[in-house]
Write a protein that binds this ligand. Structure first.
Ligand code: ZN
Length: 478
């Protein structure tokens, strides 16, 4: 009957590099005898003089150690697979036995598909077990990154996030379930990862990743993975990686397109070599504003996890100095070469950035000296003003599709991106109240209008979501 014997990489030099050998046998002893008859040199490595298996060889059939079945007499059925796992004398210890390879019996089975890969094998799996990876962001990218690295046996994972799970996350953040809504993302992630692989150490950093704590957090890890969704954190992650000389596995997603690279300022370009400065605030919408295909972070995050495993085990060609652009609509992967920019402010010849900076200010999203104060108004106040019938103008800066889900009757729509062109439609001296979904886009619009000389313009705090909560519960929330 047809039996496949998987040959581990250390023994393949005796099988002319074959990764598996087919034999015809009824039990394990016969199968090994036939294997040795085909590849004589294996004999001395597998068996001692008394025809017994050498103590540092473990044999598994159908995922089970034959020592716990009938040893060499363990019967085989057609199609069975025999795995030879060389180990150091595991002996007859109890269920807790950890061999000198550092793996428990559970782990031998758990990672058996990795052991079989010659490029990974026991050595690569041990590197994974000893590795530590910091994942910034437990959202769409963080879901596949953390799930796959945990499953692959990366021994120590750090997670940074401080959000709670929301219903609108579930379209792409596949690590969470409906039951997790309202829970801390990191608590839910840790629980899910340990349920999948209890052999891990997971550290949660439930704080915003900032210039104050970033170096302290990241210094304990070998590799940093960027799963963020905003520019200030992206530049911060890049600079921290460069200062600590750790690779930064970068992924980004927007609508139907994703990007992947590894930035490592000491052996290749950094993110600032690619984009020295962020786009002005409001120019590039976030995923919340611009949307994202739910499966896209699944693809890009899986690519990031792949690069992490490759870096740790040292196999393959890492994405250093290369940028991969994935277009889901065209279903194309395009690669471009990235060069180190000699004028890079971080890793160029004359760097101007030599310590962590104010990233919110750098990206123009916080109140620095030049920013204007955005006057706010509550939904209750807005409701009173509108009910009194005075001439206040309610401006909705969301996208048209959003008005099909929910809108306030009196509101006039001008999407944020069209405000610069259409501001002339507005009367600069009348009272203008601006709203969006939650108050972020409308704050940008108010800031823009004030800079253009509008004197009586206010941001409706909390957006249409607050309106739905406090004024009109018949509105759909999204
Ligand atoms: Zn650079």
């Amino acid at each position: 009957m047809g039996i496949t014997i998987k040959i581990p990489s250390p023994l393949r030099r005796f099988t002319e590099s074959q990764r598996s050998v087919e034999v015809d046998a009824n039990n394990v002893g016969d199968a090994l005898r036939e294997l040795v008859s085909k590849h004589g040199e294996l004999g001395v490595h597998l068996c001692a003089g008394d025809n017994q298996l050498r103590s540092f060889i473990n044999i598994y059939v159908g995922g089970e150690d034959i020592r716990y079945r009938e040893g060499l007499k363990t019967e085989l059925t057609d199609g069975d697979e025999i795995m030879i796992i060389p180990s150091v004398a595991g002996g007859s210890g109890g269920g807790e036995s950890i061999s000198n390879n550092g793996f428990s019996r559970d782990e031998y089975l758990r990672y058996s598909r990795h052991f079989t890969l010659p490029e990974i094998g026991l050595g690569g799996q041990r590197k994974l077990k000893e590795a530590s990876v910091l994942i910034i962001g437990a959202g769409g990218l963080g879901s596949p990154i953390s799930l796959y690295l945990a499953a692959a046996g990366v021994g120590r994972l750090g997670l940074v996030d401080f959000d709670r799970v929301e219903l609108s996350n579930l379209q792409r953040q596949v690590i969470y379930t409906t039951d997790d809504i309202g829970e801390s993302k990191l608590d839910a992630t840790k629980k899910r990862l340990l349920a999948g692989n209890p052999n891990l150490e997971i550290t949660t950093h439930e704080v915003p990743f900032t210039s104050t704590n970033a170096l302290d957090i990241a210094t304990d890890y070998d590799i940093i993975i960027d799963g963020t969704d905003n520019f200030p954190t992206r530049y911060l992650v890049n600079d921290v990686s460069a200062f600590l000389n750790k690779p930064n596995i970068y992924g980004s997603i927007f609508q139907f397109e994703g990007q992947l690279s590894i930035f490592n300022a000491n052996s290749g370009p950094c993110y600032r070599c690619l984009y020295p400065e962020p786009p002005p605030p409001g120019l590039v919408p976030s995923c919340a504003e611009g949307g994202v295909l739910g499966v896209l972070p699944g693809i890009v995050g899986s690519l990031q996890a792949t690069e992490a495993i490759k870096l740790i085990t040292g196999v393959g060609d890492p994405m250093i100095g290369r940028l991969l652009i994935f277009d889901a609509l065209a279903m194309t992967f395009t690669e471009v070469a990235l060069r180190k920019n000699p004028d890079c402010p971080l890793c160029g010849k004359n760097p101007t950035i030599t310590e962590l900076i104010d990233y919110e200010g750098f990206c123009g999203v916080s109140s620095s000296a030049e920013t204007v104060t955005v006057p706010e108004i509550t939904v209750t106040e807005v409701n009173e003003i509108l009910s009194n019938g005075n001439g206040a103008y309610l401006l909705d800066v969301r996208e048209k599709w959003e008005t099909e889900i929910a809108k306030i009757d009196r509101a006039n729509l001008i999407p944020l991106g069209e405000i610069p062109d259409r501001a002339k439609e507005l009367n600069p001296s009348s009272e203008i109240i601006v709203h969006c979904k939650s108050g972020v886009r409308s704050a940008k619009a108010v800031e823009y209008l004030i800079r253009q000389g509008f004197t009586n313009v206010k941001n409706m705090r909390g957006g249409i979501l607050a309106w739905a909560d406090q004024i009109d519960s018949s509105l759909n929330k999204y």
